[in-house]
Design a protein around this ligand. Structure first.
Ligand code: FPP
Length: 254
């Protein structure tokens, strides 16, 4: 059926039910927003929100494996986040370092491959070493990929790709989209099928801006520390109700 009254996306999305046999997104990106508001709503300091947010990655990762998602990219620290108060920046750095130290053994045992998307400049040498060790140690794992977007900016990533292409001496007329994709931080990850943003905003905020060209976007008001297994299934259910066209029209509409 066609026509503007045939489909009311809001209704169908509210009613969307997760189907384990349905289309499963291979790669899901998550903008983990709302840690500060989660803490404030409980009368706690922002740092407590970031701690709860860090813990929540484990819960969502385990559920992602259950669902059959093969890669998760989590937006842990953007190039713009350096502008936050120094205390908060230091706390986020410590959380990432501690998160790696506390979780690496279990992540490795569960078959999680860790990747890093982002620049190293500005990151302490010790944290750089910890990230490299996590990536090296889990290189052969294949249950799921956890790509940590840390000191990450989508525009910076594209600039870095252009620099690499120019440094390789490629002629302007030979530059292709495929070539740009291959020079991004994680060339072996497929483009995300689904981008989830918690905390109620409807922005990409410089997250995977090249790769998200055809991603489905899902926003929920739920704050990141409260985004649980049920919420992840709901996001996948909505994804399953979307009509992905990749810029084309459907055969039935020809
Ligand atoms: C947004 O909440 C969240 C962040 C800026 C940081 C997210 C980082 C983590 C959860 C830690 C990641 C750790 C590892 C080990 C990968 P906000 O502070 O902007 O919340 P608000 O919008 O409510 O203020």
């Amino acid at each position: 059926m066609s026509g503007i009254f045939s489909r009311t996306p809001k209704e169908t999305e509210a009613d969307a039910v997760y189907n384990p046999e349905g289309m499963i997104p291979v790669h899901v990106g998550i903008i983990m927003d709302g840690n500060g508001r989660w803490a404030r709503s409980r009368g706690m300091p922002r740092a407590a929100g970031h701690r709860a947010g860090t813990k929540n990655i484990r819960r969502v990762l385990i559920e992602a494996v259950e669902i059959g998602i093969k890669a998760l990219t989590v937006y842990a620290f953007s190039t713009e986040n350096w502008a936050r108060p120094k205390d908060e920046v230091n706390h986020l750095m410590r959380l990432i370092s501690q998160g790696i130290r506390d979780e690496l053994d279990e992540l490795d045992a569960r078959g999680v491959r860790i990747l890093h998307s982002g620049r190293t400049a500005g990151v302490s040498e010790s944290l750089q070493a910890e990230i490299s060790e996590a990536v090296e140690r889990t290189r052969q794992n294949d249950v799921i990929t956890l790509n940590v977007a840390f000191n990450y900016g989508g525009r910076a990533e594209i600039v870095d790709a252009i620099k690499a292409i120019m440094q390789a001496g490629v002629r302007a007329e030979d530059v292709t989209e495929e070539m740009v994709s291959q020079h991004l931080y994680t060339p072996d990850l497929p483009d995300p099928d689904l981008i989830i943003r918690t905390g109620g905003e409807f922005r990409l905020s410089n997250f995977l801006i090249w790769q998200a060209a055809y991603a489905e976007f899902y926003s929920t008001p739920t704050y990141w520390p409260d985004f649980d297994e049920v919420e992840l299934r709901k996001a996948v259910a909505v994804f399953q109700h979307r009509d992905r066209r990749f810029g084309k029209i459907k055969d039935t509409e020809r």
